[in-house]
Write a protein that binds this ligand. Sequence first.
Ligand code: NOJ
Length: 534
Amino acid sequence: MDSIDWWRTAVIYQIYPRSFADSNGDGVGDLNGITERLDALVSLGIDAIWLSPFYRSPQADAGYDVSDYCDVDPLFGTLADFDRLLARAHDLGLRVIIDLVPNHTSSGHPWFEEALTAAAGSPERQRYLFRDEPTDWQSVFGGSAWTQVPDGQWYLHLYDVSQPDLNWRSADVRAMFEGVLRFWLDRGVDGFRVDVAHGLIKDDTFPSYPETPLGVLAKANAPYWDQDEVHEIYRSWRAVLDEYTAADPSRPRVMCGEANVSVPRTARYVRPDEMHQTFNFPYLTTPWDASALRAVIDASLAAYGEVGAPSTWVLSNHDVVRHASRLGYPPDSPAGAGIGIGDPQPDEELGLRRARAASMLMLALPGSAYLYQGEELGLPEHTEMPDQFRQDPNWVRKNYTERGRDGARVPLPWISSAMAFGFGAGEATWLPQPTGYGRYARDLQEVEPTSTIGMYRSALALRHEFDLGRGDLEWTSEPGAAVLAFRRGELQVICNLGPDPVRLPAGAELLLSSSPDVEAQVPTDCCVWWRAQP
Ligand code: NOJ
């Protein structure tokens, strides 16, 4: 933890607390489970962790439905457990970023309960978006975005009916969240990942907009996404964070926005007085195609560079099909909305080979990278989960047409021969693990140098050694080529997405390869890092 702008180059590991490690055997991961196993992440070489929500919540959307922003849900532990986790992480040199869910509360939040019993037009209702008439807006999870309450009014919920949207023009809402920021900053967190950062302000003329709100990238013209007024909220939060940073400049507190919009719109969220980072979803959604990847890399570096912010890079998270499965499909992949029994299945071997290459490509780029728990194991999606286990509200709200996100959220395999593959003390797991997960267990990979975890560890060590998070990228391949080749100072990269093997330059010293079959040539779907021999 030595750099005051650590976030510019950080590799940040997303922990999905439900599925990381279960210390009490109830089948759901918890904070103590995380604390006990932080060592495994330190040895991987990451800089920070981001924790998905662990707050009090009815768990209608796996914790993204918060009923108390300043407490830990008993499912995950206690505030004291959180403090221990934070202290242990800091002792180990890891920064800790927590999730902030400001777009909506849970319908179980005391404010929403008060709003329901209060009259139309009351201050209690003004904290949310109640109207006498609904509009034609659609929920991200399917169906109308409006639900009627007994006195005839309607409230807006861009997500599940149990996630009422807050009114960010309300002074109460602003004051409450400033208090939430301070509560966690006072406890010592290093920053926040801001959920639905592009959605807090809605066009208050409530125009007609019947379209479905989301593929993975929000549509640009929707009256509830990416409205100009959101930026002023982030400026006010930045001032709060900067107060804490000024009090201890060795520990800058940071924000990363889930601003699910296109590049260059994302860059507007990271102007110098706003957030520090935004997720690069355009990168995540780019197909395995050299020209398309080169274009998104160039566009990202240019757009973020213009506002003096680092680009970020990401391939997987808890909302999308894991990249080891996504890349196992042909380019017109059906993988976007989740995979289940009866769906075309990915080619597991091809997916893993490409996932390893894609991860090495990503980790060679300048800026900050996000990893999703399990990707360091090359973990595939659970693509054949029986439907009766599904818990994602998407599945029900979209009338059982989209399998949704459960396949990416399955409890991690730690020990191949243990019950629940060592996820917890007992046999229980809140989602079933596929039998094939045993092959990916961490204990098997730890002793195998060419394993996926071995590759990530070597890549992160080289990333530090060559300071790959900083500096420029200089292409050495031609635009339009099926190979991506570039120079990062002394270290050079060749990622072969084409059908033919590519010769390594004479005298090249191979530093790391995504597949074991590299000698003089880089085969298809392989990424290598090399340098010229002195
Ligand atoms: C984005 C989160 O990542 C996702 O899991 C959640 O369902 C929505 N925001 C709503 O909070």
